[in-house]
Write a protein that binds this ligand. Structure first.
Ligand SMILES: [Zn+2]
Length: 53
């Protein structure tokens, strides 16, 4: 493991999640996804858990 792998875990990088209801794509903090924090689609208001890819 390199130092960059360690840093990567703490980096708050933004990933794209797709709403399963309306397919709207939005940015989501990857740290939130790891914590399994639900997000709400800004377009249709659908409540869902993003999946990390
Ligand atoms: Zn939606």
């Amino acid at each position: 493991m390199t130092i960059f792998d360690d840093l990567k875990m703490f980096l708050d990088e933004s990933v794209q999640v797709t709403c399963p209801h309306c397919s709207h794509i939005r940015g989501q903090r990857s740290s939130n996804i790891r914590k399994n924090i639900s997000c709400i689609c800004p377009k249709c208001g659908h409540f869902f858990l993003p999946e990390e890819k």
